[in-house]
Design a protein around this ligand. Structure first.
Ligand code: EPU
Length: 339
């Protein structure tokens, strides 16, 4: 079936904030052919092309005068096995968490710490998703992307993606690469990562001393569900700010001034601060202005209680940024894409 273009479509159900703006044109891409047809359609109408996955890392502040293309391609396959190592490829439109569950059902470990992250496989490399001590880059082997400038397909290796904390080449060269499918190296042996946050403790509380990858996944789903709002119930885009990296001198000064400051020293000498801690300490946790708010259990998460506009959510974010800068001298960077 050819590409189905729709005009002035509400994007409310296509962004996890649940912000009600419209797209001038909208289509689902089920395969590479649809993607190419969308590029042609957008060029013919002289509209930009905005590619979305689950819309879970997106803040829309106005109607989108673009062709919004939602990646809806499906397919997961095992490409090869080399001893314990298994290479798996998934299409960009595969929803992330069901893909994690699929891998666990196959007896494959590696993705369990990334359980319950909203979004799609194709969006995961954009910001190098990460949680509980594992980042996408730790299990990534390569991806296939379409160069929107030339129409050519290009394979990217791990190094070429230039992954960093919530960052990648694809985020830096926004609008150039359209990710079609992603490859992961998973393992038949369980090399589990249990040392981050409350994971080990949670397993111990459940009386699990020799956890499987599935046990870890279930523990992480439980931890996340306690702290992070379910977008189906309360609009949000996960962490709204990155955890800031600051110079050791600033971290040292803050340690002296702020008892209990949460700070992690990095290999390069910089110090990563827990933005949620700073925002909570500044008094914003649970704050609400109209329908835009700061989650009452996780200060790093902005929420839409119903009818908040993207402008209102962005306005709240800017107030928090200004306050944290004034109080602590720390600049908070917004994590989702703001359009
Ligand atoms: N904290 C507070 N108050 C808060 C929130 C956090 O004091 O309101 C403190 C916690 O007590 C803890 C520290 O800050 O000592 C870190 O908190 P947490 O473990 O909840 O993680 P985070 O730094 O807030 C990051 C990621 C999350 C990821 C978790 C777990 C970023 C921007 N966020 O959050 O990722 O799930 O770690 O690994 O790095 C996302 O990117 O959307 C996301 C949810």
């Amino acid at each position: 079936m050819s590409l189905q273009l729709q005009e002035w479509v509400s994007l409310k159900t296509f962004n996890t904030f649940g912000v009600d703006v419209r797209a001038q044109l909208f289509a689902d891409a089920h395969n590479e052919q649809d993607v190419r047809a969308a590029l042609v359609a957008a060029a013919q109408r002289e509209l930009p092309l905005l590619v979305i996955g689950g819309g879970s890392n997106l803040l829309l502040t106005r109607d989108v005068e673009a062709l919004v293309l939602r990646m809806a391609s499906r397919g997961i396959r095992i490409l090869g096995e080399d001893g314990q190592r298994v290479i798996v490829e998934a299409e960009a439109g595969e929803p992330w968490h069901p893909f994690v569950l699929w891998s666990l059902q196959q007896g494959l470990a590696g993705l369990e710490n990334l359980s319950l992250i909203p979004g799609t496989v194709g969006a995961a490399p954009m910001q190098n998703i990460g949680a509980y001590g594992v980042e996408l880059k730790d299990v990534f082997v390569g991806l296939t992307a379409l160069d929107r400038q030339t129409g050519e397909l290009r394979e990217f290796s791990l190094v070429e993606c230039a992954f960093a904390y919530r960052d990648s080449l694809f985020k830096r060269e926004a609008g150039r690469w359209l990710i079609l499918r992603v490859r992961f190296a998973l393992s038949r042996a369980s090399e589990l990562h249990l040392d981050y946050g409350p994971v080990r403790q949670r397993l111990a509380e459940q009386g699990i001393s020799a956890p499987t990858a599935t046990d870890v996944s279930q523990a992480i789903c439980a931890i996340r569900s306690e702290k992070l709002p379910d977008p189906a119930e309360l609009g949000n885009a996960g962490s709204f700010f990155k955890n800031p990296l600051v110079a050791p001198e600033l971290a040292e000064r803050l340690r002296g001034e702020q008892a209990g400051l949460v700070a992690y020293s990095q290999a390069d000498g910089q110090v990563k601060l827990a933005a949620g801690w700073l925002i909570e300490r500044a008094g914003w946790k649970g704050f609400r202005d109209g329908d835009a708010g700061v989650h009452r259990l996780q200060a790093l998460v902005l929420v839409n209680y119903g009818r908040a506009t993207g402008q209102q959510l962005l306005g709240l974010a800017q107030r928090i940024q200004a306050d944290v800068l004034a109080r602590y001298g720390v600049s908070l960077e917004i994590e989702p894409n703001v359009l």
